[in-house]
Design a protein around this ligand. Structure first.
Ligand SMILES: [Ca+2]
Ligand SMILES: [Ca+2]
Length: 296
């Protein structure tokens, strides 16, 4: 039944007003007698018209059919985990703070991104569509065989070919920055770090774990993602996995901040838990973690 059909039946059954009766009369008049008053009288019925219609047997109300709501969405929840494997690399006169970065999906649903046409992205890039799954059996957990794609979000971001990694990335998956403890001002930052998204490691302590999914080679047209309960690990020696060490920070307590989805492009269950921070100290060509509450 169409929405219009439903609305008409509900009006007739529930109100009994002149307007509703007139709507009911239209169907009868048009079906059996084209000598009835012109359309202007139908849309603005006279008193006699209403009385005549009221004498007709009132159609029995049809049972109202309710359409069940679709199953709820199973959204991912992205979080950056603490930077690890900290090290200093000296390149010419520059020191680089290298570290491993991990993106965890701690939500009930998978993060899946699908490259499409160029869309609003730069030449040579692809628009990324976020695929959202519905919880078909409504158990709150993701089952790959049951809980299928139920919605798509366009223009989640862009996918591009990373020249250093030589495969395709989602362009704004994380941000990295370094600040002095107690300050909110970044000394150096990478605001838009791209990732090839895949399942590398299990999230420690996460209870609902679906089997790891192999997303292929992060090629131009391949789907990317992180399954619930899995981590995408970027090791410290990868291209771009570093921040330049600023001048005059030796011996100071610094905060190394990592944040997933910094441009807030992904739909997820919790937008407020994406960032994490570790306190560090750099002395010459050494870096170490320190205990400090200033970075939390
Ligand atoms: Ca989140
Ligand atoms: Ca389910």
């Amino acid at each position: 039944m169409t929405e219009v059909g439903r609305a008409t039946r509900v009006a007739i059954a529930a109100s009994g007003t002149a307007a509703a009766l007139a709507v009911g009369a239209v169907g009868v008049v048009l079906a059996v007698d084209d000598r009835q008053p012109p359309a202007s009288n139908v849309t603005n019925p006279s008193a006699s018209g209403v009385i005549a219609s009221a004498t007709q047997p009132t159609p029995a109300p049809s049972p109202t059919r309710t359409v069940p709501p679709p199953p709820p969405l199973l959204l991912p929840n992205m979080r950056s985990l603490n930077a690890s494997d900290l090290q200093i690399e000296v390149v010419g006169n520059t020191r680089r703070l290298r570290f491993a970065a991990s993106l965890a999906n701690v939500g009930p649903g998978p993060l899946y991104l699908l490259p499409r046409a160029r869309g609003d992205c730069q030449s040579g890039q692809h628009e990324a569509i976020q695929l959202l799954h519905r919880d078909a059996n409504r158990d709150g957990k993701f089952q790959r065989s049951r809980d299928r794609v139920g919605s798509r979000r366009a223009m989640t971001g862009c996918m591009l070919r990373h020249p250093g990694h030589r495969h395709w990335h989602f362009d704004a998956m994380a941000s990295y920055s370094l600040r002095r403890a107690g300050s909110s001002q970044a000394l150096v930052a990478r605001n838009k770090v791209s990732f090839c998204l895949r399942d590398n490691l299990k999230v420690r302590g996460y209870q609902v774990v679906v089997p790891r999914r192999h997303f292929g080679k992060c090629s131009r047209n391949s789907q990317q993602g992180i399954s619930p309960g899995w981590v995408d690990l970027y090791k410290a020696d990868l291209s771009g996995q570093w921040l330049r060490v600023p001048e005059n920070v030796d011996s100071d307590v610094l905060c190394l901040d990592l944040k997933a989805d910094p441009l807030d492009r992904l739909a997820e269950t919790n937008e407020a838990d994406n960032a994490t921070s570790v306190a560090i100290r750099i002395d010459d060509n050494r870096v170490r973690r320190v205990n400090s509450s200033a970075c939390r």
